[in-house]
Design a protein around this ligand. Structure first.
Ligand SMILES: [Zn+2]
Length: 253
């Protein structure tokens, strides 16, 4: 796939009118920070607005702390990551470990989409062993549709829904777009220190080791020092490439 400095992708012209706000929707605090935090920092450094929205507070993820204390800690961690990086953070009040894909959840996210008005949403891929992640995938799609329904000018059409790379969402995931995050890497790595997951204080999975290795691997594949990858759904590729948001232009090759 080739592109040039004027933003054309092959012979296709890109749509400059698309909102360049990027919204990352994750099931739990920590998901989007690891999956696409460095690329969001990259966009923020380039002057674009980025928002991470967590569907739940992730309060049931600790074996040491009770739900109330861990909820407080997780909220604080998410907000501190946002403060350090310039990424706006929002947390919805749905229950960790019991996130439903129903009209209440879909409407709550649709309302946020109309408020934030993103050109692109990054979220979980559906091939996940975590039910909250699978439901987030479905909620995002339904919410994006609801947000686009005519409603006296409040409606908003999201042009691109894509998926970040998560150790829990690997079934049938394959990287398609590589984003060079070399300039954002040190700030990302430092901001991750705000999270107990990254400090190895929660559970046995080695988050920092995994995600830092992953950005090096994707960087090697993408011919740069560090990269994060995104996936699109096959049936979306052709229509999306005609309308791809400006923030992706210089990173696609
Ligand atoms: Zn999660």
């Amino acid at each position: 796939m080739d592109t040039n400095k004027n933003g054309s992708l092959g012979s296709l012209q890109l749509d400059d009118k698309v909102s360049d706000v990027v919204l990352a929707v994750g099931a739990h605090p920590g998901d989007m920070e690891f999956m696409c935090g460095a690329m969001l920092i990259n966009y923020t450094l380039n002057g674009l607005k980025c928002v991470i929205l967590h569907m739940t507070d992730g309060s049931r993820g600790s074996l040491k702390l009770n739900i109330r204390d861990y909820a407080k800690q997780k909220r604080l961690e998410a907000l501190k990551f946002g403060q350090k990086t310039g990424i706006e953070v929002k947390i919805l009040d749905f229950e960790d470990g019991n996130l439903n894909n129903g009209p209440v959840e879909q409407s709550a996210l649709a309302e946020k989409i109309r408020e934030i008005r993103p050109g692109a949403i990054i979220t979980h891929w559906k091939g996940s062993f975590h039910p909250d992640h699978r439901n987030t995938y479905s909620i995002v799609h339904k919410a994006a549709l609801k947000a686009a329904l005519p409603d006296g000018g409040k409606e908003h059409l999201v042009k691109l829904i894509c998926y970040g790379e998560n150790w829990e969402d690997h079934k049938d995931f394959y990287p398609q777009l590589y984003i060079d995050v070399t300039k954002a890497y040190s700030l990302w790595s430092e901001a991750l220190n705000e999270m107990a997951l990254a400090r190895g204080e929660v559970g046995a999975f080695r988050y920092r080791q995994y995600y830092e290795s992953l950005v090096r691997l994707r960087g090697a594949e993408g011919h740069c020092d560090y990269a994060q990858a995104l996936m699109l759904e096959e049936h979306q590729i052709i229509p999306i490439f005609e309308k791809i948001p400006p923030f992706l232009k210089s990173y696609i090759y």
